[in-house]
Design a protein around this ligand. Structure first.
Ligand code: URA
Length: 489
């Protein structure tokens, strides 16, 4: 004898539980029951098949663990047609399978039935969460003269029969408004007093309103292209939900422009200097006035340069980085502009480029203390990027403005030999925009009787990516320093 039993099969625990209890109390083995739903082809006409067998004489009423009932409640919401048979098989095994394979079945995580049931329950859980995240309400216009609560409608397409399960969540979340959530697997509604659910399939309402625009604006504002991971995004927000999400229209465009937007964001990123920059700047501004240096001296020029506003770079920089060294040095080195570390320390060539410079001159036997070291531009020009300050080359206008200081340094220090390190220094000293290689490495007589020597900037050496080439260029730089040493002597 075989049994055939039809259920509505829309997530209701009680209909399956009542039938399962009757089969179990009659001792009916799982494999002779065919479980069907009303949606099966002839299911609707199958109710007369639903004869339940009488209980086996002497059969005790059953007690089933709450853990199994919780699992069954979730599994029954799944749309998999095998769920009823699976649960009945598990129930039967728990009742008849003895201590190990029976009562403790749920603890056997590798048992194929337990695995299958957990998989179905998890998938129902995922559907529940997607629904809580992707339901979008649209407001219904208020009837004229009606001053009641605002009313909202939403359409969602869940994979499983979860409407009764998820409805209390929406009741808690949207308690102040009246709403209906319609789905092809049933609907729920709330009117401020009663939460109603039905498992009858609903038709998709034709609704578009200005709340769509609100969702789009909201989504575009929270979309962070820098965090975009398309694969993860489509896992979190699977494409099947997009058609009912007003903001989904934006997604392809946002993805396509993500790279450009990231670059733009980086460009506009937080441009606040670090707090200690402010502190240093304020301390420099509040520094007790030094005794005025004698007019016409290098010290007086340095004091004056502290307040330089000849170009806009001073606005960003922490302080003026003036030349440093003996006021009667025979050799003056000119770089481009202070870098990040020089800007904070207030001294030229103390950062990475300065370290390389120190190393090389040290190797060839030049004493840095004998040199006057300065820059074509006396303020650090940079672009803020988050917490970093990215070096920016000064433009010709800025170099020309700042030449005013360099010219006076030259007049006051009167070096015999002036070394231009890099193209900016060469331009500042000569107004020449020549290729460095054309003038590098040979002394050049200047009109004022001084000698000019041109070499590369140490930062250039730091930027060479290829180690072999870097070593070659360093050797050439060392040669230049040797030459300078001989010229200075
Ligand atoms: N680069 C320069 O040109 N000058 C400095 O002081 C530091 C780095």
């Amino acid at each position: 004898m075989r049994y055939r039993f039809s259920l509505r099969g829309r997530g209701d625990l009680t209909e399956w539980r009542d039938a399962a209890r009757a089969f179990l109390m009659a001792g009916i083995v799982p494999h002779i029951i065919e479980w069907r739903t009303m949606d099966d082809a002839d299911g609707l006409f199958g109710f007369d098949e639903n004869h339940l067998p009488p209980p086996h004489p002497g059969c005790e009423p059953l007690s089933v663990s709450p853990a199994f009932m919780r699992l069954a409640q979730a599994v029954l919401c799944h749309s998999d047609p095998t769920r009823f048979a699976l649960l009945y098989r598990m129930l039967f095994r728990m009742m008849h399978g003895g201590v190990v394979h029976g009562r403790h079945l749920l603890q056997m995580a590798t048992d194929p039935d337990v695995v299958a049931a957990s998989r179905l329950a998890k998938s129902v859980g995922r559907d529940y969460h997607k629904m809580t995240a992707f339901v979008r309400f649209k407001e219904l216009p208020l009837t004229e003269g009606f001053a009641g609560r605002r009313r909202f409608v939403s359409w969602f397409e869940p994979d499983h029969f979860i409407i009764a399960r998820v409805a209390p969540f929406f009741q808690r979340r949207f308690t102040d408004m009246d709403w209906v959530i319609a789905t092809p697997k049933g609907s729920a509604s709330w009117d401020g007093e009663t939460l109603r659910t039905t498992d009858e399939p609903a038709e998709k309402p034709d609704l578009r309103d200005e709340t769509d625009e609100l969702w789009r604006t909201y989504y575009a504002s929270i979309f962070n292209p820098a965090r975009l991971k398309v694969k993860m995004m489509t896992t979190e927000m699977p494409k099947k939900y997009w058609k009912n999400l007003p903001e989904a229209e934006l997604i392809p465009g946002l993805i396509a422009n993500a790279e450009a937007n990231v670059i733009d964001m980086a460009r506009k990123a937080a441009s606040e200097p670090l707090p200690f920059h402010h502190r240093i700047k304020e301390a420099a501004a509040k520094a007790p006035a030094e005794p005025m240096a004698a007019a016409g001296t290098l010290a007086a020029l340095k004091q004056e340069a502290r307040h330089c506003t000849r170009c806009d770079i001073h606005c960003l920089a922490t302080q003026t980085v003036f030349g440093d060294g003996p006021p009667d040095a025979r050799v003056m080195f000119v770089g481009e502009q202070p870098g990040d570390q020089e800007d904070l320390a207030g001294k030229p060539f103390v950062g990475p480029a300065g370290k390389l410079f120190n190393d090389v001159i040290g190797e060839v036997g030049i004493d840095r203390r004998s040199l006057y070291i300065t820059n074509a531009v006396k303020h650090f020009k940079y672009e803020p990027r988050g917490k970093r300050r990215i070096h920016q080359k000064p433009n010709m206008g800025e170099v020309r403005q700042c030449r005013w200081w360099l010219t006076q340094e030259l007049e006051l220090v009167r070096p015999k030999l002036v070394v231009a390190m890099g193209a900016t220094a060469l331009f500042a000293l000569t107004d020449m925009r020549q290729k460095l290689e054309d003038v590098r490495g040979e002394p050049i007589a200047m009109q004022d009787g001084r000698t000019l020597f041109v070499t590369v900037h140490p930062s250039y050496l730091l930027r060479i990516p290829d180690e072999g080439r870097k070593a070659e260029e360093l050797a050439r730089f060392r040669q230049d320093m040797n030459r300078i040493k001989r010229l200075a002597a």
